[in-house]
Design a protein around this ligand. Sequence first.
Ligand code: ATP
Ligand code: MG
Length: 449
Amino acid sequence: MGLTAQIQAVRGMNDVLPADIGLWQRLEAVARELLEAYGYAEIRVPIVEHTELFRRAIGEHTDVVEKEMYTFVDQGGESLTLRPEATAGIVRAVIGNGMLRGQRHKLWCAGPAFRHEKPQKGRFRQFHQIDVEAVGFAGPDLDAELIALTARLWRRLGISRVRLLLNSLGTAESRRAYRARLVDYFRAHEPRLDADSRRRLDANPLRILDSKNPEMRELVAEAPLLTEHLDGDSRAHFEGLCAALDSIGVDYEVNPRLVRGLDYYSRTVFEWVSDALGSQDAVCAGGRYDGLIAQLGGEATAAMGFALGMERTVELLREASRQPDAPGAAGLRPPHVYVIVNGERAAAAGLRVIESLRDALPQLRFELSLGGGNFKAQFRRADRSGAQLALVMGEEELGRGAAALKPLRQEAGQSECLLVELPERILAALAAERGARHAEGGRGESIGG
Ligand code: ATP
Ligand code: MG
């Protein structure tokens, strides 16, 4: 007997199993509702784009483009890349579909992103983001509204262990002046630079500030501050944003070291971090990218967006749902009615009856005892399913055009009823069941309609 090798999932790419799906669906549902309430429309863009898009949007000298992209040549000889983030694709779509021309758009999308990083807790090779972009809004009022949206999302999800970090990167011009000072500073300390930083010194010295190497921490801490080189307009923009956040009671910490991993940001950058996640502590990050659209060939248009890491948010949700009095993270809910079939003819009739019940009572969940089996075993399965009611179909009752209903969560006998009366009898039995549970102080689920 030969053993066949088992096929493993790709490293860093995870299955979301039914036990966890409730947390994911809650995040998706709450985010969708909130985004709609703030006037954001969903957009869906491809997973795969031309490699050139990410090179130009994200920047050549970033970790993502230098070493993390899943790039391949397709059968037609084109270099394509699995998206490492969603902003570039959305901007490409907005330009390519003629959506600019002075129009403004609030857009969001959710889905997977791919980066060839070292897999660890909170860091995967396929991960998921909710990505939110506002195109055509130049003022700090948009920045404030966008950040308020994220703050409200945490509240709606019951997540409290998060902090908001805020900074301004200024304009491309003010960054140029700062960049020159930064290069002078790091050159003066060149022996202390690690290999990555040395390479970036000419190409992209700001990225050195984002170094994850602990040995670089001290050097980075003493580097000149970007905040001191802000141009007047950027300073006013940032002050406008801070005042707006103050006025709506969103707390933040200004962190002059906050730069973002992607090159396209200007002015406002922000990041939500949590102390509940270990070292991969960023859950949601974004900023303004007023120059990106022109850089990708569109007419110059101000824009801002953020991406929320769904895996890390689900971890926070899991943590929050362990707190007492947290709303339950319901996965798949149990059926209302479990249909037991006794005998071959009943099994055939069971399928017909359950399908017509699904027509008559679309608000209810039914489970058919597939595969039949002996009566006792089927009752055990009905019980384990969590259903409130069993519908028992036997050959003999069927002969009379009838079946039996039996409450599963109460001490009550079964009662026979005509097949044609099943819909109303099922509703009545479930209502009686709810009544009984209310009397005991339990919580019932509404099944109106
Ligand atoms: P980090 O500093 O953790 O590498 P980043 O700056 O590269 O994050 P962004 O590109 O801004 O992250 O992506 C936005 C969010 O997506 C992050 O805040 C994080 O929650 C999530 N994220 C990014 N990379 C990964 C990954 N490899 N696995 C899981 N989530 C990720
Ligand atoms: Mg990263």
